[in-house]
Design a binder for this molecule. Structure first.
Ligand code: NAD
Length: 261
């Protein structure tokens, strides 16, 4: 339990990859603040599970990552109740699939706000305490779409490429202060985010569900299987270790070979 007495805040952690990070960090003893939307009873269950597994504290923030005021309030609540986060994981993300000339403007704005701008606000708020402690870990969930593009995902590709650039800049700014900043870049992981984009992709490309899974989602994933949430969580845990302290400013691909092509 090498993270005892450390606090981790993970945006978008009431399901999927974020919840996987939360479980893995709790298993190492970290206090947790989780965030996201969902059924209150289910989220209460996650909070109880995380506190039990860490032997520490776990709290939940319903802050909407499109709202800077709400993000600042979440960061302040974390600092007040658990201490400023030692580990910040900017994980929240949504997707919308449409040709760029038909792309809804509100979807563009939401994707940029949720994926890119929220990471700016959380990072800005978290850094002063990390600098004061001389230790910190910022882990962003990018995507293979931080590195390469796919059609019909203009906002997502732009935001995730932006997150890669933001990662590098912050890493350079804090390089001598015991803080590392990295961007984990998964290939397709089987979560609700992937499942929910299947209907739109069926529509945009005129395909069946099976065709979308096999011919679109896994077409460029050479291993022909989805990445597992636990594989990403294990990498996040490793990035928190002392042995990983020289890893900073990187895009770390966990994509079944997607970006080797
Ligand atoms: P998910 O849909 O399972 O989880 C998204 C989380 O974000 C949920 O907790 C949801 O409640 C929360 N959320 C959504 N909008 C929010 C908002 N406005 N404010 C606060 N919380 C909000 O998705 P996931 O697949 O676990 O995705 C997590 C991250 O991983 C995203 O950044 C995604 O882009 C990235 N990613 C996913 C895949 C994949 O194949 N699933 C691949 C590469 C990258």
């Amino acid at each position: 339990m090498f993270l005892k007495r450390k606090t981790a805040l993970i945006t978008g952690s009431t399901s999927g990859i974020g919840l996987g990070y939360a479980r893995a960090l709790a298993a190492q003893g970290a206090h947790l603040m989780i965030n996201g939307f969902g059924d209150t009873d289910v989220i209460d269950g996650y909070v109880a599970e995380l506190a039990e597994s860490s032997g520490g504290r776990a709290i939940y923030s319903a802050a909407d990552m499109t709202k800077p005021e709400a993000i600042r309030a979440m960061m302040a609540e974390c600092a007040e109740k658990l201490g400023g986060p030692d580990i910040l994981i900017n994980n929240v993300g949504i997707q919308h699939v449409a040709p760029v000339d038909e792309f809804p403007e509100d979807k563009w704005d939401a994707i940029m706000a949720i994926i890119l701008t929220s990471a700016f606000h959380t990072t800005k708020a978290a850094l002063p305490a990390m600098k004061a402690k001389g230790w910190g870990r910022i882990i962003n969930t990018g995507s293979m779409h931080s590195l390469v593009a796919s059609p019909f995902k203009s906002a997502y590709n732009a935001a995730k490429h932006g997150l890669a650039g933001f990662t590098k800049t912050v890493a350079l700014e804090v390089a001598t202060q015991g803080i590392t900043v990295n961007n984990i870049c998964p290939g397709y992981v089987w979560t609700s985010l992937v499942e929910n984009q299947i209907p739109d992709t069926m529509k945009a490309r005129g395909l069946t569900r099976d065709q979308v899974i096999n011919d679109v989602l896994l077409a460029n994933q050479p291993q022909k299987k989805f990445v597992q949430v636990e594989q990403l969580a294990a990498l996040a845990v490793f990035l928190c270790r002392e042995e990983a302290s020289a890893i900073t400013g990187t895009n770390l691909s966990v994509d079944g070979g997607w970006t080797a092509q």
